[in-house]
Write a protein of this length. Structure first.
Length: 122
């Protein structure tokens, strides 16, 4: 994988980190056991997942490999570039879930890609 591609991923990653941090900082511990449905993960588990996924991406970029079996998947058969891209998308997907959980609990949703109903400025 070229350094240019890695640089592009690092740039995108560095844009997503502050947005994710803004969400995670707003999750109160008292709601960690809350979930919107019996089949859903708890808010605490989802928050932990959203907080951990960047470590997967960092490890992939630093080592240029990944052992997903540590996390219970077998995606290590995909090319590295696809794994990094897929993991970044996976992270953003779960952050989106986190935002829905926030809204359902009347937690102010931060502006991420534009203003939110709670934060009019971007």
């Amino acid at each position: 994988m070229s350094n240019t591609i890695i640089s592009q991923f690092i740039s995108e990653f560095n844009t997503e980190v502050p947005a994710t941090r803004k969400c995670l900082e707003r999750i109160p511990e008292r709601l960690f056991d809350w979930k919107p449905h019996e089949k859903s993960m708890t808010l605490g588990y989802l928050s932990l997942l959203v907080a951990e996924i960047p470590m997967w991406i960092t490890e992939m970029i630093k080592t240029r490999e990944i052992n997903f079996q540590k996390w219970g998947t077998n995606s290590d058969q995909l090319p590295l570039i696809e794994n990094i891209s897929s993991t970044l998308n996976h992270w953003v997907h779960h952050r989106g879930q986190l935002i829905v959980y926030m809204r359902l609990n009347n937690i102010a949703v931060p502006s991420i890609y534009g203003p939110s109903a709670d934060e009019k400025t971007f």
